[in-house]
Design a protein around this ligand. Sequence first.
Ligand code: SF4
Length: 365
Amino acid sequence: MNQMNQMNQVNQMDQIVRRQSRRIMVGDVQIGGGAPIAVQSMTNTLTKDVNSTVEQILRLKEAGCEIIRVAVADSEDADAIKDIKRQVHMPMVADIHFDYRLALKAIENGIDKLRINPGNIGSMDRVQKIVAAAKPRNIPIRIGVNAGSIHKEILKKYGGKPTSEGMVESALEHVRILEDLNYGNIVISMKGTDIKMTIDAYRSMAEKVDYPLHLGITHAGTLFEGSIRSAIGVGSLLADGIGDTIRISLTDDPVEEVKVAKEILKSLNLRNYGINYITCPTCGRTQIQLIELSKKIQEGLKDVNKPITVAIMGCAVNGPGEARQSDIGIAGGVGEALLFKKGEIIRKIKEEEIVQTLLDEIEKM
Ligand code: SF4
């Protein structure tokens, strides 16, 4: 589904009032200005290893990634951008620390966005050179403050340790450098490992500027803990209407980051990514093999990309309510289940027919 269709569909369902932010284009992907929240990830290959990087980006694209960031640590990495871009057709962000010449080279090689903090690259003259090259090409710059790298003066001002106030002040210092050069094509992120601090920083920033916000909890952890930590941090902000693009940081294959990002957005009805399941956790009332049935149904529908809600419920107590509110669902009984479609009871089905009946009915929808 393309970005405009997503925008229309989401507007109909979305209960969350999104913060108004300015529209920024990263290649052909819009962030801010009411666009669907874009999913990003970052490669963990050596960028100069073009084949591996392209292979990984294509897998990420297949999984639903819309913007990809690559580390540009040296001039070979910056050179590789040209080759990679030719093969992946996805907006690319160059992640650069300190060296303005790498930013200039990345721009020359067709990068779509830079992640660089202007306060860290030395003289104004250098920042000016980047802005002069980025402006005519409409290349946005993401200012990305990490709680761990707030500079000494700001740390001192706020008690010698990272705080949400310090993160905001640090980000705004970088923003002002670009604004003084009349450059407003800016995205901001302020990531920390402390979830509450990160949430507070974004909430505060959301009230101060209209730049799009890139959300993430940094170094969130492995798949299990990182997903939970990100769902709390990023999810809380998204539920407040804050956030225009997200990257979930996981110590795992980056494809997992994209899957988790999509699940978070889907959970809040901010994007449609195929089927939304409502399944009961089972309890002493469950008299069908619900866990096994759920697994079979989800496996059978894993390639179905219809934006529908499917309820798989275990009993006549809570089952009918959920099943009725879903596009299709079952409420289990003893060795059988009631089939619901669009709020109506369609018929009774035997337990052994549940999986196939749901697959057939969903196929017709
Ligand atoms: S839906 Fe019924 S079976 Fe499932 S957890 Fe709730 S009460 Fe138990």
